[in-house]
Design a binder for this molecule. Structure first.
Ligand code: FES
Length: 153
């Protein structure tokens, strides 16, 4: 993402806020909604806008798992790695996604189509192993179902 794109996007985000310190989290959320992650240039701008050190903005953003600092794929694949899913074969599911996408978990494909992550229990243990893509939940995911999921997404 170019600096100019970030500048334009962040101006648009700031136009909806007053620049008060208490607006930090909503501003971070709006920034991430705009870019899909929190670009470095945007973090600097946010610090200036609300008048706090950049380290404070990073401190808050890193505290919450919802924020990302690198660009994510259009489709975020989350493979549950909680106990129930792990016992039912989540490792093989992750490995199959890794093979199909040519990336490791925690990475994004070069074309920014897919990101792959292992996450803690998503609360659907009865359906283990579970994969979440965006708002869609796939249950009982055997490695053989991975290709089908990618084709649907
Ligand atoms: S352990 Fe995977 S949904 Fe609970």
């Amino acid at each position: 993402m170019s600096e100019i794109q970030v500048e334009a996007g962040i101006k648009e985000v700031f136009s909806k806020y007053k620049g008060e310190t208490k607006e930090l989290i909503p501003i971070l959320q709006a920034t991430q909604e705009t870019f899909g992650y929190l670009p470095e240039e945007a973090m600097k701008g946010i610090a200036q806008f609300i008048g706090v050190p950049e380290s404070h903005v990073y401190g808050v953003a890193t505290f919450y798992e919802q924020f990302y600092f690198t660009r994510r794929g259009k489709h975020e694949i989350k493979v549950c790695y909680g106990t129930a899913c792990h016992v039912k074969g989540a490792t093989r599911v992750v490995e199959t996604f890794e093979r199909e996408l040519g990336i490791c978990h925690g990475e994004t494909t070069e074309d920014y189509e897919y990101s792959l992550e292992r996450v803690a229990c998503v609360g659907a243990c009865a359906l283990a192993p579970v994969v979440v893509v965006g708002k869609k939940v796939y249950g009982n995911v055997a490695p053989g179902k991975v290709k089908g999921i990618l084709e649907k997404e």
